[in-house]
Design a protein around this ligand. Structure first.
Ligand code: SF4
Length: 329
């Protein structure tokens, strides 16, 4: 049994979790909204600690991270649980249910990761990793001590203290922003927008943590150009070099809207491009997925699927010398 961090005890063995904005009050024997934390006789425990439902070695581009060690692999793991309940969740089998798992201590996970010579480190991903806070933090500490990178793929729905504590040990984040619309968060994700924007701002202020953003575009739901433009401006005002991945939606789980049309993706990219220099389209095989120099148009990173060819040198364009913050260190 692993005691959780960030909670308070209440009367009659009840506890209140303070990890995320939900602030679940949990009675003995019951789990929190995310399923990953459980009240065991008046002690809040991490039910997902060391429970691995998914493990793989992925191209770093799959997270997606395009400006962080392009062309390299990363060991990726997930557990179960999530504090959002998106109707269109792509990983609902492990995020919305207690999925079958195998037990691995942080040391065992690291040992397994070290068997992958092309991997730059470990990514906590697949389900929502922040609800597995204690385990992810321990893995990240061990992994950094071993000289490897830590990557977090998250919805950012976390309270400020644990968010900052996790970022202290994180090298790169992909933050999955669902929309710039409180109503979308309430109706599609059963959550609220404000805490996500708070996490986003705090993340962007931490220049040492490489950051990329994902926006799964659903026509008629979160494709309002005014809201998308305001979001892109918010990001650009703090860190204009932040890459944004506008990803194509396909029907999934409880949502039946038709898949997003290509034209809608291109239009959203143009909207975001008014404020951000690096906007990519994801989940679409056709089109140019490369990174070009924003000064002279020279290709810096070529991407054909997951075949990657890197020509940028020391963060500078090989043709005109312009600086591009693509991290290879
Ligand atoms: S982390 Fe889980 S248990 Fe804790 S407040 Fe959030 S949803 Fe509830």
């Amino acid at each position: 049994m692993k005691e959780a961090l960030f909670y308070v005890k209440r009367e009659a063995s009840s506890v209140q979790c303070q990890l995320c904005p939900r602030g679940c009050v949990i009675e003995p024997g019951c789990s929190g909204d995310c399923l990953a934390r459980k009240n065991e006789g008046g002690t809040l425990t991490s039910a997902s600690y060391g429970q691995i439902t998914s493990f793989g070695v992925d191209p770093i581009e799959k997270k997606p991270l395009y400006h962080f060690h392009p062309g390299r692999d990363i060991v990726s793991f997930g557990s179960f649980g999530c504090n959002l309940h998106c109707l269109n969740c792509q990983n609902y089998r492990i995020s919305q249910f207690v999925a079958p798992s195998v037990s691995l201590s942080p040391e065992q996970l690291l040992a397994r990761a070290l068997e992958e010579p092309r991997s730059i480190g470990i990514a906590a991903t697949y389900n929502e990793p922040t609800v597995n806070f204690e385990y992810v933090l321990e893995v990240f500490k061990l992994n950094r001590a071993a000289g490897f990178k830590n990557v977090l793929v998250t919805n950012g729905y976390l309270n400020p203290k644990p968010w900052e504590a996790l970022l202290d040990w994180t090298d790169a984040v992909n933050l999955d922003v669902k929309a710039n619309d409180p109503r979308f968060y309430e109706t599609v994700c059963r959550a609220t927008l404000a805490p996500v924007l708070r996490s986003l701002d705090a993340l962007l202020e931490r220049q040492e943590v490489h950051t990329e953003l994902t926006w799964l575009l659903i026509e008629g739901q979160n494709d309002d150009p005014v809201k998308l433009s305001a979001f892109a401006k918010r990001v650009a005002d703090i860190r204009p070099e932040t890459p944004l991945h506008i990803s194509r939606y396909y029907p999934n789980y409880l949502m039946n809207h038709p898949e997003t049309k290509k034209e809608a993706l291109f239009s959203a990219r143009d909207t975001a491009n008014q404020h951000l220099s690096y906007v990519y389209i994801g989940n679409l095989s056709e089109g140019d997925h490369g990174t070009r120099c924003t000064n002279c148009g020279e290709i810096l990173v070529q991407r054909f699927g997951y075949e990657i060819s890197v020509s940028i040198k020391d963060q500078h364009c090989p043709k005109c010398g312009a600086l591009h913050p693509i991290r290879m260190d």
